[in-house]
Design a protein around this ligand. Structure first.
Ligand code: MD3
Ligand code: FE
Length: 213
């Protein structure tokens, strides 16, 4: 007797030099990921951080791992402690680390051991303006992103703002590995459309795994 498949099959697609899209790669671990996420958030609550220019971000953020990405009037950086609690960020759950390691390996980056996971939470209307991720020490290390909940329109360009961005809808369970020449690509997320996800509700979460230190 064949067992029914609860999730659509993962698939892999190379979107360009250094970009690997792993559709549904995280779906089989969705319950464990969300359970761990809830534990992290109970210790390190989501907050809307302030940019150096004084704008409040519409995306709410928290972190786990040895280092967490923060922004305030003093700038963008990684910190070992959560400024909201003064405590170290919650440790990286094993299921997070394993997912990132396996995804990176699928894209040709063996032995990826992230020390930081930035967790973004989007409510309808939240967006992330185009930027580069350049607060990490070693750009030869990839970034692995995991999307959960509502779908989002993701835009990614090239190494300068001049390149016309490509559009990609990221859905629940999708994982993208950004490495090599894509590592310093400009990217952003369009305003989240309202909707309801069966497991996550009216939200989108994105986990980005980084080797920050
Ligand atoms: C391409 N997050 O947290 S994930 C971020 O959906 C961030 O929340 C978005 O951009 C989100 O910094 C996008 C995809 C992503 C993440 C990091 C990248 C793409 C990237 C770093 C370099 C190049
Ligand atoms: Fe980014």
């Amino acid at each position: 007797m064949q067992r029914a498949l609860a999730f659509s099959m993962p698939s892999e697609e190379r979107l360009g030099d250094g970009v690997m899209l792993l559709r549904h790669f995280a779906t089989a671990r969705q319950s464990q990921l969300i359970a761990e996420l809830d534990l992290i958030v109970s210790a390190a609550p989501f907050r809307n951080m302030e940019t150096p220019g004084g704008f409040r971000m519409s995306v709410a953020m928290t972190n786990c791992g040895a280092a967490g990405w923060v922004t305030d009037r003093r700038g963008y950086r990684y910190e070992a402690h959560d400024p909201a609690t003064g405590l170290p960020w919650p440790p990286m759950p094993a299921v997070f680390a394993a997912l990132a390691l396996e995804a990176a390996a699928r894209a040709g980056f063996d032995g990826f051991t992230p020390d930081s996971c930035l967790i973004n939470r989007y409510a309808p209307g939240a967006s992330l303006s185009p930027h580069q991720d350049r607060n990490e020490r070693d750009f030869s290390q990839p970034i692995v992103s995991v999307s959960l909940g509502l779908p989002a329109l993701f835009l990614f360009g090239g190494p300068t703002r001049a390149e016309r961005p490509r559009r990609l809808t990221l859905e629940h369970g999708d994982v993208v590995v950004w490495g090599g020449p894509a590592r310093l690509a400009f990217h952003g997320v369009a305003k989240l459309a309202d909707g309801a996800h069966t497991l996550v509700g009216r939200l989108r979460y994105n986990l980005t795994f980084r080797k920050a230190l």
